[in-house]
Design a binder for this molecule. Sequence first.
Ligand code: SME
Length: 150
Amino acid sequence: MLEVLKPRIASLLSEPGRETGQRLQGICELLRREVPYYDWVGFYFRNGEKEELLLGPYAGDPTDHTVIPFGKGICGQVAVSNKNFVVPDVAAQDNYIACSLHVKAEIVVPIFVAGRNIGQIDIDSHTPDPFGTSDENFLEWVCAEVAAIL
Ligand code: SME
């Protein structure tokens, strides 16, 4: 199911005449629309050299968490660890920033440009424990494609 989205993402990233922000917005909307258990899809990017993340394009309910310090929440931990973080049950996490009471699970995958962790894709789900290896592999592919246009 995820594999069939790859050509559509590739074309969103390569169509002429769009700004980077619009391309990333298009990816968020496509993923949220097409994957039933992706309820909020967004990008966070490092704020220059500061140890904080800023919210970029996203699809889903607005969030108050537009700035996340390194180390805080799932997103802030990925900024430091440089590793995927799959959370099957957000209620079991101490270091978690709640965006909505409906969220049951989360996955965050870092984006590397020239070996540097410059941001991440963050996905929240209202379904408990929905994310598997296929999501990690797919989102790593998405992040690599995104990195190529940054
Ligand atoms: N839950 C995240 C915060 C971002 S929201 O999911 C949009 C975290 O713990 O870092």
